[in-house]
Design a protein around this ligand. Sequence first.
Ligand SMILES: [Zn+2]
Length: 119
Amino acid sequence: MASPVNPGFCSKVLYETWQSELLVTQFLRGHGAFRSFMYRIGKTTVDLCGSCQVQNTSEHAMFECRRSDSRRKVAEDTLSIKISTSSCVEIMLRDEESWAVIEELISSRMKMRRRKKEI
Ligand SMILES: [Zn+2]
């Protein structure tokens, strides 16, 4: 009997969902690939953003860094609200669309940081 769904597709969807949730959790805890965290645990000798030369915290990487401007603007325009570290959880809890927009902002930015080795 043939499977009604493609197992490879399901695995990919589950992996991408898991990865997005992991990245959002890392961001919210500040324990992701942020120089300030990597510096704190002894994995780098510099905790500054390579672009802005300020401490590269999760808040800086997501809501202050010029490298996040375009993605953040898309999210803010979509939700018609300014997004910050202090407001992002409250915004996420409003409804599914808000959750999805913030999750996309965080996970896409985190993935881009990995690809460009910004840490
Ligand atoms: Zn920066």
